[in-house]
Design a binder for this molecule. Structure first.
Ligand code: F0G
Length: 455
């Protein structure tokens, strides 16, 4: 008896592609990942199982795999392969053993936000330091299976770092388009080290995306941005893993940063599918937080009732989400509407403060991830999140992705002194202290710090 049949899970039929606007379905997908009829985005749908497994059998199977030495089981994405496209051959899988990320309590942040139960699912603990790896393993495997020699993406830095790593593992070439001077050094250095052909274009992310679409039409390269629905399928697994970690008790709220809006779409799709499979019986409210200067979704909801996209000229120091024309806006709105979540925007100071507070809980994240805590604080003040409700923040990137932001913040170089004082940043800023190389000097500093601790 195989491991699968022993645990009651049968294989699913081959997946199909459905347009999110006109709902036409097809078993073929072009290389632009657009509906041939109306040009909108596609999503992957699964025909019903021939022999549907019991929810309890799936839960047991996935848990059982955590102790397995089989390479696919060691990936926190492929461990959930029953909910991934079945057409990907196991031999083609490109994995860095992604997923399996920790779920941390955030006690200090909970206090400052005014909630009792606050957890962080830290997707920055993936192999290349961001949530992108969970989607990349699936989409890069498809590229390999289809014998592409080149993969490509436009990026604010994390997608490119992740794509370059998976392409290197699969011995494919990778082409990266990033906005010149607008991505962090950490992310740029990853793409270089993993061997990508890295082009810094004199434009923003949205401009890079436009150029890439033209390149993909003219050259045989495989597009690995999140318009590629295989990316979304892999990113779904973070929600399955979260529910496993919560023993399948659904939290009241899940809060996620919004950029190109692939991740919020993926997490929402995961929860819809978990409900269909009988793994959960309710949905959490999924809310999306953006930076004030890159608030296309917030404006789209508030000014156009979610009916038409209001694109913006993006400007924020949270460079990962410096996006003005998000591709997956319709998918994200469906998630907001179906789960009863909301959108909120946060200022640059609010982002920096929240980031330092997450750091003070010993966790740390990059600026774009910290919008979740900054947004939560606002949602609590508005009464949308109640003190007694359980909240999970999705931290999307690692602290070390953008050390320049962190250093400038702690040195007091990010904001004007008056602004910093008015917003209480001084409480969390920790500038390095330059001293003579003498123990007396260090001890005096320690004693001063001790007085601060006692307050
Ligand atoms: N957080 C981080 C750290 C990101 O890198 C991104 C997106 C987001 C949040 C937003 O996620 O786009 O799915 O809504 N980064 C992309 C990139 C755009 O190119 O690395 P989203």
């Amino acid at each position: 008896m195989t491991e699968e049949s022993a645990h009651g899970a049968s294989r699913r039929p081959k997946s199909q592609f459905r347009c999110i606007a006109c709902a036409s379905t097809s078993s073929e997908i072009g290389n632009a990942f657009r509906c041939p009829a109306c040009g909108d985005l596609l999503e992957i749908v699964y025909p019903p199982w021939d022999d549907p497994p019991q929810a309890a059998a799936l839960i047991d199977l996935w848990l059982h795999r955590r102790a397995s030495q089989f390479p696919l089981d060691q990936s926190g994405v492929w461990r959930f392969r029953e909910i991934l496209p079945q057409e990907i051959g196991e031999a083609e899988v490109v994995t860095l053993y992604e997923g399996n990320t920790p779920l941390y309590p955030l006690p200090r942040c909970a206090q400052s936000a005014g909630v009792e139960h606050l957890l962080a699912k830290h997707q920055g603990m993936n192999p290349t330091g961001s949530f992108k790896d969970t989607g990349m393993t699936v989409a890069a495997s498809v590229a390999k299976q289809q014998s592409f020699r080149w993969v490509a993406c436009a990026s604010t830095g994390n997608t490119s770092a992740s794509m370059a790593a998976y392409a290197a593992r699969a011995r494919m070439g990778s082409l990266v388009l990033v906005p010149e001077g607008k991505i962090s050094w950490g992310k740029l250095s990853q793409a270089l080290d993993y061997g990508a052909v890295t082009c810094e274009l004199k434009t923003d992310f949205d401009g890079c995306m436009r150029v890439l679409n033209e390149v993909v039409e003219r050259m045989p390269v495989y597009l690995l941005n999140s318009v590629n629905p295989y990316r979304i399928e892999g990113q779904k697994t973070a929600a399955f893993e979260l529910m496993e970690q919560l023993n399948w008790h659904v939290p009241d709220h899940v809060i996620v940063p919004g950029g190109n809006l692939g991740n919020s779409s993926a997490l929402g799709k995961a929860f819809f599918e978990m409900k269909q499979l009988g793994l959960i019986s309710t949905l959490p409210k999924i809310s999306v937080i953006q930076a004030e200067g890159a608030n296309a979704l917030v404006r789209t909801m508030r000014e156009a009732g979610g009916k038409k996209l209001i694109a913006v000229h993006p400007e924020t120091m949270a460079s990962a989400i410096r996006i003005g024309n998000p591709a997956s806006w319709k998918k994200a709105i469906r998630v907001l509407e179906t789960t009863g979540g909301t959108v909120e925007q946060v200022s640059e100071v609010e982002i920096a403060l929240a980031k330092a507070e997450i750091g003070a809980d010993g966790i740390g994240c990059e600026p774009a991830s910290a919008v979740t805590l900054a947004g939560l604080k606002k949602l609590v003040k508005q009464g949308f999140v109640k003190t007694s409700e359980s909240v999970v923040l999705i931290l999307t990137g690692h602290l070390l992705k953008d050390p320049e932001f962190t250093l400038k913040f702690h040195r007091g170089d990010l904001f004007a002194a008056s602004e910093a004082q008015a917003s209480g940043l001084g409480q969390v800023q920790r500038s390095p202290i330059v001293l003579e190389a003498k123990s007396d000097a260090v001890i005096r500093t320690l004693e001063e710090a001790e007085k601060g601790l006692r307050k």
